[in-house]
Design a protein around this ligand. Structure first.
Ligand code: SR1
Ligand code: MG
Length: 408
């Protein structure tokens, strides 16, 4: 990447690019642009035509990587190569699950931007869940995303020499370092990165002093550092998912790298659990709170069961490794993925409560006492999932751990 050819785009640049590069707009379309990025790292420009009578608006998204983490500032430099990684991951996902990712129109290497489909007709799933919406097709969609992307990029589903070359293309040191620090390190120590509600300082003390918790976090961290099992999305939280009743689109795979499958599955579980914990604000209507939690927990179970069956189905029909069809091996393999999913889910829940970059599900709870209860609850769930991950033999046991934590 020639960094000298790079400059951050202005709104006018984005409009000019949209006119030049895509054939979506007519030369006489009146185009407007807004920078709508609310994430931690990038610029996101939405370029759209002013609707005229009888002509609906047309629009695209231009996502540009900045050479530093937007959430912190220039003191936290980040490689622009993540834009290439995101584009290549989107391309692979687009081949494997075309209906579940945005369509990509163009990519510019030096300027580190990708032009893609505008999904403004969808809602960010985190927002939808905070508003109390339920999405009946989500478990089906996300389990297919996980099964297809993880199976076909692993040694089970692709040529193993090609896979090694692919691992090399997805070495993503800067963004993996963010994960290694923010998820597997900072929450368990005193760090300037942490952001802790003063009311739960006692909980953070416990996180810092719990040696048996640290053993499990270190084992999960070790696997994150060393296991190139499949191409991960790498940051599959509900802010990386656009959704409607009928459609799910997974965006933002800039953290993509070859790692343990359970990390992506655990990210989905964690964000459903964080939302479940946030319903502590239903102080006057516990049946509403419990119904929302039941839906979220049942969704976790459904995602796992659908993922499990789909993954095995792909293995049977398209597996490339002869000895791997041994049923006893397959059972151990799937059990390990489930255990990893539980452990990583726990780590991800914990980091969103005490680390850098919280979730709106909990942070927007207006009542201080309800927010504190939600945070303590999330930490209880997260800690139990991490500590017990290696005991779990079946999805029902994972569900029991969550349900026991909710009951207190
Ligand atoms: C400095 S980036 C903080 C977080 O934002 C991303 O979405 C990842 O989750 C990362 O950990
Ligand atoms: Mg993101």
């Amino acid at each position: 990447m020639s960094e000298s050819a790079y400059r951050p785009l202005s709104n006018d640049d984005a409009i000019a690019i949209a006119r030049d590069i895509t054939d979506l707009f007519d030369s006489n379309d009146n185009l407007l642009c807004e920078e709508i990025g609310d994430g931690n790292l990038n610029f996101v420009f939405r370029v759209y035509s002013v609707p005229e009578q009888g002509v609906p608006t047309k629009s695209i998204i231009i996502k540009q990587a900045l050479p530093y983490a937007k959430v912190v500032g220039e003191s936290w430099p980040l490689s622009l190569d993540r834009a290439r990684i995101e584009h290549e991951a989107l391309t692979i996902q687009g081949r494997l699950v075309p209906d579940l990712v945005p369509q990509v129109y163009a990519y510019h290497k030096d300027m580190a931007y990708t032009i893609m489909e505008d999904l403004s007709d969808h809602t960010i799933m985190r927002k939808g869940l905070i508003e109390g919406n339920q999405y009946a097709a989500f478990a089906d969609h996300i389990s297919r995303f996980l099964a297809n992307t993880l199976f076909y990029t692993s040694d089970l589903g692709m040529n193993q020499q090609d896979k090694k070359r692919q691992v090399e293309r997805f070495i993503n040191p800067d963004l993996c370092k963010i994960t290694e620090d923010l998820i597997f390190d900072d929450p368990y120590t005193v760090s300037d990165n942490n952001n802790i509600n003063p009311a739960i300082m006692d909980e953070h003390e416990k996180l810092c002093q719990d040696a048996s918790l640290h053993v499990e976090v270190m084992l999960l961290r070790e696997k994150f550092l060393t296991q190139s099992q499949a191409l991960l999305h790498g940051d599959l939280h509900t802010g990386s998912i656009f959704i409607t009743e009928a459609s799910t689109k997974v965006i933002d795979p800039e953290f993509a790298y070859y790692g343990p499958m359970g990390f992506d599955i655990g990210a989905v579980f964690a964000n459903l659990l964080l939302n479940a914990a946030s319903h502590e604000h239903w102080t006057k209507d516990h049946s509403k709170r419990d119904a929302k939690r039941d839906y979220l927990i049942q969704t976790i179970k459904e995602i796992w069961n659908l993922f499990h069956d789909r993954f095995l189905q792909l293995w049977h029909s398209n597996g490339v490794d002869r000895l791997s069809f041994n049923p006893a091996y397959q059972e151990i393999y799937m059990k390990r993925v489930l255990q990893d999913a539980a452990g990583y889910a726990g780590c991800k829940v914990i980091r969103r409560v005490v680390g850098l970059s919280h979730v709106a599900d909990i942070d927007t709870i207006a009542d201080a006492a309800a927010k504190e209860r939600a945070e303590r609850l999330a930490l209880a769930i997260g800690t139990a999932m991490v500590k017990r991950n290696r005991e779990i033999q079946h999805i029902d046991e994972l569900i029991d751990i969550c349900q026991s934590a909710f009951k207190g």
